[in-house]
Design a protein around this ligand. Structure first.
Ligand SMILES: [Fe+2]
Ligand SMILES: [Fe+2]
Length: 288
């Protein structure tokens, strides 16, 4: 059995709640997962101070298990990068890239799309937070700087990482932006959702981890001949949707099944299991 703690949208800064963060850390230490996957939005306003707090927290999680972390739209300085982003000259685009991710790179990692393989699973992080770029411009003004997209080069990186991983490792992709419309928000996180889902399905992805929507959800979908399970982790912060609680997802993978258990914050009780779903693994049905 491989266990992954999937947490998202910590939002260090005003929305962060120390009590919940401490409880999460203790919970994870008790579970001793094989890996901790953090699907972006570490900060609220992308400040150095927030990043320092996030860094310290990630370091404390890493004492329990290896962490794989990607940036979210709140972790990039997209506004200041707009002019450079849209520039035609390659030089400007490079400057924009460096500027956008400068704080994330300084405090968290130079690798915006890291991979991690543990026994039983390979998790490939894909950075979908690019700010305002050609790929993420939609007709809706409120998407500006918020929506993400999956770049072709990253799909190729996933392919390569999967090719190099152990054949019996579950294939997992981690994104920040939700590829399934949020029930309460009514919104997709990605500008190129269908293209991305088909590409990941074709690569044999079994599970997608994402966040951004601030509402926990578990879906199973079919694209082409492949089935995909999507774990959307809620937020640990207090930026929760009406009627919902702070939450995270626990993923358990064995040879036959993939099980996701959402854990919701209950005042006075801490994080408690709130909903769980089990799916037969693709690889198990292929073996049969
Ligand atoms: Fe968020
Ligand atoms: Fe986000």
């Amino acid at each position: 059995m491989t266990t992954l703690a999937h947490v998202s949208d910590l939002h260090f800064g005003r929305p962060a709640v120390a009590e919940r963060l401490d409880a999460l850390k203790d919970f994870i230490a008790g579970v001793e997962p094989d890996a901790i996957a953090v699907s972006g939005d570490l900060t609220q306003r992308c400040t150095n101070r927030e990043f320092r707090q996030a860094r310290a927290y990630l370091d404390s999680l890493a004492k329990t298990a290896p962490c794989v972390v990607i940036p979210g739209n709140h972790d990039i300085r997209w506004l200041g990068a707009v002019a450079r982003n849209l520039g035609l000259a390659r030089l400007f685009r490079e400057q924009a890239h460096n500027f956008k991710y400068s704080r994330y790179v300084r405090h968290v990692s130079e690798d915006l799309s890291p991979s991690l393989e543990v026994p039983g699973a390979v998790i490939v992080g894909v950075n979908t937070a690019h700010g305002i770029t050609r790929g993420s411009i939609t007709r809706r003004f409120r998407d500006l700087g918020v929506i993400g997209h999956v770049k072709h080069a990253d799909v190729e990186r996933v392919r390569e990482a999967f090719e190099n991983a152990s054949p019996d490792a579950a294939r997992v992709v981690m994104l920040h932006h939700n590829p399934i419309r949020g029930e309460l928000s009514g919104r997709h996180g990605l500008a190129n959702t269908e293209q991305a889902l088909h590409a990941f399905a074709d690569l044999g992805t079994e599970l997608i981890l994402c966040g951004h929507d601030h509402q926990d959800a578990v879906h199973s979908i079919e694209r082409g001949t492949h089935g995909l399970v999507i774990s959307t982790a809620g937020t640990i912060s207090n930026r929760i949707r009406a009627g919902r609680a702070s939450s995270f997802n626990l993923v358990e993978i064995d040879a036959d099944n993939l099980r996701i258990t959402a854990h919701a914050w209950r005042q006075g009780k801490g994080f408690v299991p709130s909903e769980d779903r089990t799916f037969p693994r693709q690889t198990a049905s292929r073996r049969a």
